[in-house]
Design a protein around this ligand. Structure first.
Ligand SMILES: C[S@@+](CC[C@H](N)C(=O)[O-])C[C@H]1O[C@@H](n2cnc3c(N)ncnc32)[C@H](O)[C@@H]1O
Length: 245
């Protein structure tokens, strides 16, 4: 019997594996007080939507790090189509190991991925790999209000109990040795366009799949989308623009 990969069935072929948009990536990039970076790492790059934006905008090699090889293969295909393959080097590895592979990083980018090793732990672990004055741009799910609807609080208490208020994440970044240059909250369209609008019909089909793990992932995804539709602006994805002190 062919092994089923629930992630591949739900996300396969998608360029965007989390909330975000090219316009928001560029807005964050252009908010930095510098526009040339020699060593750039994209941690948890996935299929590389933001990697392609960085490669095009910066014109230097982007070191794309992810622990799931099929996502890196998808990134490579997309980079070839976009004509930027020569500027992207993929590394199948754990983002916790970045300091053992890279040093003197100028810009460490990470969209929707740091939570996998914990936001505060990621910032602490990456700090020694940055050059002095180097930048980290990281997006992270956060509460935007301390009065979120019960359905949202219950969903994330189970799915992401570590989720913090933006103000708490700012404090954690400062405690990890970074200067916070600014924040940028993604608009709701960045969750819907090319992401929830693709996932919802896929998950609806997969919710009655014969494999229990596939059904569970699909049902969890549909619940997440339902919570998003009813929770207003009580939570969001926030970019933190950081500079190592
Ligand atoms: C939600 S996706 C975001 C991908 C991409 N940045 C985007 O916004 O489309 C999170 C990514 O982190 C990767 N990932 C999870 N844990 C990881 C780890 N410990 N080291 C490296 N990559 C990891 C996953 O394989 C996945 O590609």
């Amino acid at each position: 019997m062919v092994a089923l990969d629930p992630l591949e069935l739900l996300f396969g072929g998608m360029g965007k594996l989390g909330p975000g948009s090219n316009a928001d990536t560029l807005q964050a990039l252009r908010s930095l007080p510098k526009d040339h970076f020699d060593l750039v790492v994209d941690a948890g790059c996935g299929a590389g939507r933001q990697t392609l934006v960085l490669a095009t905008a910066l014109g230097v090699t982007i070191h794309a790090v992810d622990s799931h090889q099929p996502f890196l293969d998808e990134l490579r295909r997309r980079a070839e189509d976009a004509g930027v393959a020569s500027r992207i080097q993929t590394h199948c590895m754990d983002m916790s190991d970045i300091p053992t592979v890279f040093s003197s990083i100028d810009l460490l980018w990470s969209e929707g991925a740091a939570y996998n090793i914990g936001f505060a732990d990621a910032l602490a672990q990456w700090a020694p790999a940055l050059r002095s004055g180097g930048f980290v741009v990281v997006s992270e799910l956060a509460w935007l209000s301390d009065a979120a609807p019960a359905a949202a609080r219950d969903f994330f208490r189970a799915g992401y109990p570590d989720m913090k208020l933006t103000t708490e994440n700012i404090r954690l970044a400062q405690e990890a040795g970074y200067r916070v240059l600014g924040t940028h909250t993604l608009p709701r369209a960045a969750w819907i366009d090319d992401y929830y609008e693709v996932l919802e019909p896929r998950a609806t089909t997969l919710a009655s799949h014969q494999d229990a793990a596939v059904r569970a992932l699909a049902q969890e995804t549909l619940k997440e989308i339902e919570v998003f539709e009813t929770a207003g602006d009580s939570y969001g994805y926030v970019f933190y623009l950081l500079q190592r002190s």
